[in-house]
Ligand binder design. Structure first.
Ligand code: GDP
Length: 476
């Protein structure tokens, strides 16, 4: 799958900026830059009309420059000066793609950048496909597929945890863990196959007895990695936080207070928030996707009923439920129904309207059988919000953020591969239990080995590679 063409693209965002970077990679990268790069002296000669002098100074060719050097000069289309630039030369294999790579830092105007890029195309480079530089790094063995995906995730990271997870992945943590698991699996397969080939010298007598346990152990490790996706997703995409409560409890006021914007309609008429509203907010380092729901209560109003149904659905999909109760009113049947939604969910109870005289206390909620932190707030006065933020932070930071030796995956494709490996290992365990012949067991174990390989791109079809990299952004 090695590529022979030389590709180029703008690596920075195409908007007016101080500088733009045009990246060229491939066997002809240095030839391309030689054709269009001129030193200051050469440009002065051009300006004076001394074209021959400019063309003959081959000593200044960047292809002769040492690798990892940067050069001041001009990009010229024939005798027309397009821009004043800095050019970095990185000769393969010591570059991101492992190929000869040239980066032109030009001025960041859209038109200037486009003109320089066109000139690069005119002189031998082809337009790069989205993600093609990273794809080359992968195909040339510089990085594995999990690292390539980490590059993309790092670029689109929305918060510090997403950055941390991508950087860990980029450092090869997933690759190392997968390689360990694969090598353990391969040892087992190799032993069985060797014994089947040479039964006189290698015995399988009693071998399968310990095998179940060993396969189970591998499966548990793979499953743990697959399960880390849910935590990874919460941390990187945002904690899906659903605010529930009866009409008028103060849900919209809370959403507005937290988001600092008046997006939901705050009104005294019960049941006006009829649909769900979503808002992404940052709570320090954590992202929250706040969902405001229609007041949950039994109602005969058809329109409102739709909203209530939505609230129940939203609550089911939530990572965190925030139940807002109006502390100036007694708990009733509806409150108890809502509290049912909190069971088996990470949840926080807020006693709102702490500025009014209260008729309910935290103990009333504890007595109702809900095991969640109970906090006093006044959404209208923005009181108690710091404590709320801290509580959410504590709930999610403890146990959810991976410790040093934990691997968190954040990529759905990787999760699927891991789950496929789990299934193959489960089949192998079943086979051992049912006394299946050893050569059949190795088929399932080999399938698991292959699925694990797909995580890091070792056993992957070319068209899948193309599909994965097509999702990348241009110039990366
Ligand atoms: P929702 O139906 O649950 O979304 O409730 P709203 O946010 O629309 O609030 C209902 C009413 O309660 C509005 O009149 C708010 O101004 C009022 N309200 C909300 N929070 C507080 C609070 O902390 N204290 C007081 N006194 N009133 C509040």
């Amino acid at each position: 799958m090695k590529e022979n063409s030389t590709i180029a693209a703008i690596a920075t965002a195409l908007s007016p900026a101080g500088i733009s970077i045009i990246r060229i990679s491939g066997p002809q990268a240095l030839d391309v830059i030689d054709r269009i790069y001129r030193t200051k002296k050469e440009v002065e000669s051009i300006k004076k009309g001394e074209f021959a002098a400019a063309a003959s100074s081959s000593a200044k060719k960047l292809s002769n420059a040492p690798t990892h050097t940067i050069h001041y000069g001009y990009i010229c289309d024939e005798n027309e000066v397009l821009d004043e630039v800095m050019v970095s030369i990185m000769k393969g294999p010591r570059s991101f793609t492992a190929e000869d790579t040239v980066e032109i830092n030009c001025h960041g105007g859209i038109l200037v950048t486009r003109r320089v890029l066109d000139c690069v195309f005119k002189n031998g480079a082809a337009p790069a496909q989205p993600g093609e530089f990273t794809k080359r790094a992968f195909l040339n063995g510089r990085i594995d597929l999990s690292q390539a995906e980490a590059v993309m995730e790092l670029i689109s990271a929305k918060n510090r945890f997403a950055i941390d997870a991508s950087l860990e992945q980029l450092s090869g943590k997933i690759k190392n863990r997968i390689q360990d698991l694969r090598s353990t699996l391969l040892d087992e397969i190799a032993y069985i196959e060797a014994a089947l080939d040479d039964p006189e010298h290698i015995s399988l007598e009693g071998y399968t007895e310990g095998l179940t346990e060993r396969v189970q152990k591998i499966r548990a490790a793979v499953k743990k990695m697959a399960d880390s996706f849910d935590n990874g997703k919460v941390l990187t995409e945002g904690i899906r936080t659903v605010i529930v409560g009866k009409p008028n409890a103060g849900k919209s006021s809370l959403l507005n207070a937290l988001s600092g914007r008046q997006r939901a309609i705050v009104t005294e008429i019960a049941g006006t928030t009829r649909d769900t509203l979503e808002e992404q907010i940052m709570l320090g380092d954590l992202s929250l996707i706040l969902v405001d729901t229609a007041g949950i209560r039994d109602t005969s109003d058809v329109v409102e009923k739709i909203g209530v149904e939505k609230a129940r659905e939203a609550a089911a999909k939530a990572d965190l439920l925030i139940y807002v109760a109006d502390s100036s009113r007694n708990l009733d049947e509806d409150d108890h129904k809502i509290m049912e939604l909190l069971k088996n969910k990470k949840s926080i109870i807020l006693l709102n309207k702490s500025d009014l005289s209260s008729v309910i206390q935290p103990k009333d909620l504890k007595e109702a059988g809900v095991d969640a932190p109970v906090l006093w707030i006044s959404a209208a006065n923005e009181d108690g919000l710091d404590a709320l933020e801290q509580t959410i932070r504590d709930m999610f930071e403890q146990g959810m953020i991976a410790g040093n030796d934990e691997v968190v995956i954040t990529n759905a494709r990787q999760k699927t591969c891991l789950l496929n490996a789990c299934e193959s290992l489960r089949l192998a365990e079943e086979g051992i239990e049912n006394g299946m012949p050893e050569d059949m067991l190795t088929i399932d174990m080999m399938d698991a080995y292959t699925s694990l390989g797909e995580v890091i791109g070792e056993e992957i079809e070319e068209d899948l590679v193309n599909r994965i990299f097509a999702k990348f952004c241009m110039g990366k």
